[in-house]
Write a protein that binds this ligand. Structure first.
Ligand code: 13P
Length: 614
C-alpha cells in the first residue's frame, strides 16, 4: 500500500449558522455587518453550531478514504472508521460565521508552527505539503534534507496564495516537487501542475468545471481546496489518468459535507452516474521537437562529445604537439572521432565548431549528415568567445548579434542543438561579481530563447573555471549563485526547460588549491548543489571536464553517479578528457589513426561505465 506523510496544520473549524433576525449586527461605514462575539450564548444566536476538524485532517481523510496509508507528520493523528482521531495534533481554532449565503472567517492572526518529524523507520512513498502548512525556511530545509537522503520519496506540494509562494525556500521546495497543486500562477513553470480556480480545475491539458452548488453545505473555500488537492494527489498515486483524477476531484468536492468526503467506491459510482464534462484545454500534449531532441541527447548510459574547439583552442592543442594547424589537419583530427567504430553506442550527440560543421566525411557527406546516419545528433558552438567587461578582469561571452539568422542556417544544415559557454574565473583576488553573474546569465538566457525559437535545443554552459585557487565550499557557493541567476534569467526569457540542457563544472576545489578534492567529496558536493539549484523539469545535465586529468574526470563522474539517482539524466560532455589520449596517439599522422581511435574508445567505455551506479 502507498504511504503518504502529510505536512500541514490541523484546525478545529467552528461553523456557526447565524440567525439574522435575533442578532444585533452592527453595520460599519463600508456597510460591512459585524457581530460582537462573546461566545456566552447571550449576545448572539445561531441555528446550528458544528465543530469539525479541518486543515490537514481533510487531506488525511481524503487520502485514507482513497485507500492510501496516510499520516500527519509529527502527530499520531489518524482517520479510522469514518472519524478523525487527533492524537498529538496541535489544533488551531477558526470560527466560520455563516449568515445567509455568506461565510466570514475569524482566523487567528498567527498560524501556529507546522509539526514535522523526519520519518525514521517507515519511510513514506510521498510527502504531501498541503495548503494548511506554515512553511518556514527551517522547515523547508529539513524537508529538503530528508528528500536528498531519501531520493525514492516523492514530493507533492500545494503552493497557495496564503503561503508565501515567492519566498525562496518555497520556490526551492517547489522545484523539487514531483507534483504541484496550486490556486495561483507559479513563478517557475513546472511540468506536473494542477491549478484550482474558483470554478474549474486544470491538469495536464484538461479542464473540468466545479462548483459548490448547494448553498446549505457550508464547505469553505479553504476546505474545498484541500479536498480537491488531496483527491488529485490520491488519484495520481493510484495511477489514474489525468481525466480520471479530475473527475474524482470534482465528484469528491461537490459531494463533500460537513460530515466528510467520499470513499473511492462512492466516487466511482457518482462518476458513472453523472455526465461530467472534461474538456481538452491545450491542443495536444505531445512533445515538441526540441523536447524530443533534448530527450534523445540525454538518452541514459551515453554522453556527448565536445569537438567544438574554436580556432584559437585547436591551435594551442596542435601547437603543443607540433601538428600543423591547417584545415586538412583539423578535419582529419575530427574525422578520427567520428569514424570510431560503434561511436553511437557511447555518444548521443557531438558538438561541432562552425568550420567542422561545413566539412565532409570520407564518403563525401557532410559531417552532420554522416553523424545523423549513425543516429547521433550534431550540435554547434554558437558563442563567439570571451571579452572583458569595461575596466574589469571579468569576462562575458559575445555572439548575440545576428544569432537568430545563424541559428536558422545551422538548422538548415541539420544541427539540432547548440552550445554557449560563459566562463567565471576565481582565485585569491578575484571572485565572480554579482554584475558578471547576472550579465552572463542574461546573455545565456537570451541565447537559449533564440535557440528554442529556431527549434534548436540550447546547451547553456556556465563554467566556473577549474584552473584557479578556491576551496570546494567556495566552488559550491559560487556555482549555486551562478545557477540561481541562470535559471531566474531563463524563466524571465520563458525558456522551456524540458527542451534545454545544462553543461556545468563539477563542484571541486580549484586546481591551484593545496588540497585537491577526493571523488567522494566531489560526488556529494555536486549532487547537493544540483538538488538545491537546478529545477526538476530541465531535460538534463552534462559535465565539462575543465582541465581535469582523464582519469580524474572519469572517477569524479562515477562518484557523482553514485550519489544519484537524480531527477534529470546526468552525463558527460567532455572535450579534453575524451580527446587528449587520442591526440597524443595521432600526433598529426594518419598512420596512427587506428591507435587514436582505440585510445578514444577506451575513454568512451570508461566514462559510460561511470554512468552506472555501483
Ligand atoms: P572540456 O571537457 O575540455 O572542459 O571542454 C568541454 C567544453 O565544451 C568546454 O566548453
Amino acid at each position: 500500500m502507498h504511504r503518504v506523510t502529510i505536512v500541514g496544520n490541523v484546525s478545529k473549524d467552528i461553523y456557526l449558522r447565524l440567525d439574522k433576525r435575533s442578532n444585533q449586527f452592527e453595520t460599519d461605514a463600508r456597510q460591512v455587518e459585524w457581530l460582537d462575539l462573546a461566545f456566552d450564548g447571550s449576545t448572539h444566536n445561531y441555528y446550528s453550531r458544528v465543530a469539525i476538524y479541518g486543515g490537514a485532517s481533510i487531506s488525511l481523510e481524503v487520502l485514507t478514504r482513497f485507500g492510501l496509508q496516510a499520516n500527519i507528520s509529527g502527530t499520531e493523528a489518524s482517520f479510522q472508521d469514518g472519524t478523525f482521531v487527533s492524537r498529538g495534533a496541535t489544533t488551531t481554532y477558526r470560527y466560520l460565521l455563516c449568515k445567509d449565503d455568506a461565510v466570514s472567517y475569524f482566523v487567528p492572526k498567527q498560524s501556529s508552527p507546522t509539526q514535522w518529524q523526519r520519518p525514521e523507520s517507515e519511510h513514506p512513498d510521498w510527502l504531501y505539503i498541503d495548503c494548511s502548512a506554515n512553511l518556514t525556511s527551517q522547515l523547508s530545509d529539513d524537508i529538503l534534507d530528508y528528500l536528498n537522503e531519501h531520493p525514492s520519496c516523492k514530493l507533492a506540494m500545494f503552493v497557495c496564495t496564503n503561503s508565501n509562494q515567492y519566498a525562496l525556500h518555497t520556490q526551492k521546495l517547489a522545484q523539487c516537487a514531483d507534483f504541484i497543486i496550486t490556486n495561483t500562477v507559479l513563478r517557475q513553470p513546472h511540468p506536473h501542475v494542477a491549478t484550482i480556480s474558483q470554478d474549474h480545475i486544470d491538469y495536464n491539458g484538461k479542464r473540468i468545471d466545479w462548483s459548490l452548488n448547494e448553498k446549505g453545505q457550508i464547505i469553505t473555500d479553504f476546505s474545498s481546496r484541500l479536498a480537491i488537492g488531496a483527491s488529485l494527489l490520491a488519484a495520481i498515486i493510484l495511477g489514474k489518468s489525468p481525466t480520471e483524477a479530475l473527475l474524482l476531484a470534482k465528484a469528491n468536492v461537490e459531494s463533500a459535507r460537513l460530515s466528510g468526503t467520499c470513499n473511492l467506491d462512492t466516487l466511482n459510482n457518482a462518476i458513472c452516474g453523472n455526465d461530467y464534462q472534461v474538456q481538452n484545454h491545450k491542443e495536444t500534449n505531445t512533445m515538441s521537437e526540441i523536447e524530443q531532441n533534448a530527450k534523445q541527447l540525454m538518452t541514459r548510459g551515453k554522453g556527448i562529445l565536445a569537438a567544438d574547439e574554436s580556432g584559437g583552442s585547436i591551435h594551442k592543442k596542435f601547437e603543443s604537439m607540433n601538428i600543423p594547424d591547417d584545415e586538412r589537419h583539423r578535419r582529419d583530427y575530427r574525422n578520427i572521432f567520428f569514424t570510431t567504430p560503434e561511436l553511437e553506442q557511447y555518444i548521443n550527440g557531438v558538438i561541432l565548431f562552425d568550420e567542422t560543421a561545413r566539412q565532409h566525411a570520407d564518403d563525401g557527406s557532410t559531417f552532420i549528415e554522416f553523424l545523423r546516419r549513425k543516429g547521433i545528433l550534431a550540435g554547434i558552438k554558437v558563442d563567439q568567445g570571451l571579452v572583458n567587461f569595461d575596466n574589469s578582469a571579468e569576462k562575458y561571452t559575445q555572439g548575440l548579434d545576428g544569432l537568430p539568422e545563424r541559428l536558422q542556417e545551422y538548422y538548415q544544415m541539420g544541427a539540432r542543438f547548440a552550445k554557449w559557454r560563459a566562463a567565471f574565473e576565481m582565485n585569491r583576488e578575484l571572485k565572480p561579481s554579482d554584475m558578471a553573474i547576472t550579465k552572463n546569465a542574461e546573455i545565456l538566457a537570451q541565447y537559449a530563447h533564440d535557440c528554442q525559437t529556431a527549434n534548436i535545443v540550447p546547451i547553456v554552459e556556465p563554467e566556473l573555471v577549474y584552473d584557479g585557487y578556491y576551496t570546494i565550499e567556495e566552488n559550491a557557493s559560487y556555482t549555486g549563485k551562478i545557477l540561481d541567476a541562470l535559471f531566474a534569467a531563463m524563466h524571465d526569457q520563458k525558456v522551456q526547460l524540458s527542451g534545454a540542457i545544462l553543461k556545468v563544472n563539477m563542484i571541486l576545489a580549484g586546481k591551484q588549491f593545496e588540497q585537491q578534492s577526493s571523488p567522494e567529496e566531489v560526488g556529494h558536493a555536486t549532487a547537493e548543489v544540483f538538488r538545491q539549484h537546478i529545477p526538476r523539469d530541465l531535460a538534463g545535465i552534462v559535465f565539462l571536464s575543465g582541465g581535469q586529468s582523464v582519469e580524474q574526470a572519469t572517477a569524479n563522474l562515477r562518484a557523482v553517479t553514485n550519489c544519484g539517482p537524480f531527477p534529470w539524466p546526468v552525463t558527460f560532455s567532455y572535450a579534453r578528457a575524451l580527446q587528449d589520449p587520442a591526440l597524443h596517439a595521432w600526433q598529426g599522422n594518419n598512420d596512427n589513426a587506428d591507435a587514436a581511435r582505440a585510445a578514444f574508445k577506451e575513454r568512451l567505455i570508461a566514462n559510460c561505465a561511470a554512468l552506472h551506479k555501483q
